[in-house]
Ligand binder design. Structure first.
Ligand SMILES: [Zn+2]
Length: 83
């Protein structure tokens, strides 16, 4: 299943999870998310290159979001409890 990254469209109305972006596994036939599953504020899908492994995507994403490492880790832990 492909891994998608979403982030808040309106950062000032978002929760800690979608403000920094969150990753979610979705089937190809699943509709893209319109709202954060945590706080229901609108989110946009961040385009990821196909074929990246989870860890590569995560590393890339962490690098891109340098400075949010601790927060990102908490989010990822919470995200993984969902599945
Ligand atoms: Zn949210």
């Amino acid at each position: 299943m492909p891994l998608y990254v979403y982030e808040a469209r309106e950062k000032d109305r978002s929760c800690a999870k979608c403000r920094d972006g969150f990753e979610i596994m979705q089937r190809l036939d699943e509709a893209r998310l319109d709202h954060c599953p945590y706080c229901r504020s609108p989110v946009i899908r961040v385009i990821q290159a196909p074929g990246l492994t989870h860890s590569k995507t995560d590393l890339h994403y962490r690098a891109k979001r340098a400075g949010f490492h601790t927060l990102k880790k908490v989010q990822k832990g919470e995200y993984e409890k969902l599945y």
